[in-house]
Design a protein around this ligand. Structure first.
Ligand SMILES: Cc1cc2nc3c(=O)[nH]c(=O)nc-3n(C[C@H](O)[C@H](O)[C@H](O)COP(=O)(O)O)c2cc1C
Length: 261
């Protein structure tokens, strides 16, 4: 157990003693959150067993993200993506080494590789851009993220998602954009596929990677969504993101399935 977790446990025991003495035999329904100096829009929740699915692989303090509204434009194209960016709590002072692979902008925000690809696809198709977000964030440190990602995949963990598409029925085409993690589909995409029935839709798969290309992601998506048509898009190396833009646009135009056609 990490020192972070030990501290949390010690705080919990003290709180239980205090609260029990104040409330007699009444059970305490909800434990208060431990104060934190994390960003104000996020909160570290103590005693949520879900946290252990992130912290048991490496020592860090995940933060709980607030659910974000997703508004549809009425398009029949959904561009759903997962990226480290948007699922990592960047705090002030993070340096380029500890955050390797997260491109930090001058305003402190980040841009991920899958995120950039998804944005280009959305611009070209007019599709609704949807970020797949997990309830807890991943480490800022790249190596720690690899440990958490690999551990969750090995354990078959399916992260709880806090972003949702209310009306999946309106979409005929789903562009699914994600990085390869642990030589396969990242667990966050597995959660997404578990949540929705994509029967009858066309799914275009775009990956970004450090050498694994699509890995076995196409097969796994076909297994998860047997009634969907799953089409390989483009697998883009993490070293060639900027140059891939035109290739992605050409693919979309040549696939001949733009919403207007
Ligand atoms: C947890 C984790 C595991 C990864 N595993 C692989 C892998 O097995 N094969 C591979 O080619 N790249 C792997 N990568 C590299 C990413 O796929 C690559 O850096 C990608 O461009 C990151 O996209 P993003 O910035 O949108 O998160 C891994 C990266 C992370 C963070």
């Amino acid at each position: 157990m990490s020192s972070y977790q030990l501290n949390i446990c010690a705080a919990a025991i003290c709180l239980c003693i205090v609260l029990t003495s104040c409330t007699g035999n009444k059970s305490v329904e909800k434990m208060p959150a431990v104060p934190t100096n994390e960003p104000t829009e996020t909160t570290v929740l103590a005693f949520d067993p879900s946290v252990e699915n992130y912290t048991k692989y490496t020592d860090y303090s995940p933060v709980k993200a607030e659910p974000a509204e997703f508004t549809s434009s009425g398009s029949n194209v959904l561009v759903a993506y997962f990226s480290r960016s948007g699922n990592t709590a960047i705090t002030a002072g993070v340096d380029a080494v500890s955050s390797a692979s997260l491109e930090i902008q001058s305003d402190g925000t980040t841009v991920g590789n899958a995120e950039r690809m998804a944005e280009w696809i959305s611009e070209e198709t007019g599709g609704d851009l949807f970020l797949i977000r997990t309830e807890y964030t991943y480490p800022v440190n790249y190596d720690q993220t690899v440990r958490v990602g690999e551990g969750q995949d090995r354990d078959g963990y399916r992260p709880v998602l806090i972003s949702h598409v209310e009306n999946m029925d309106q979409y005929d085409m789903v562009y699914l954009v994600f990085p390869i993690w642990h030589y396969t589909l990242p667990v966050q995409i597995c959660s997404f596929l578990d949540e929705y029935d994509l029967q009858g839709k066309t799914i275009y798969v775009f990956t970004t990677h450090a050498g694994s290309r699509f890995a076995n992601s196409l097969e796994r998506i076909r297994t998860a969504e047997p009634e969907a048509e799953v089409i390989a898009g483009i697998a883009v190396s993490q070293n060639s993101i900027a140059e891939s833009r035109q290739q992605i646009i050409d693919f979309i135009r040549e696939s001949g399935k733009l919403p207007s056609e």
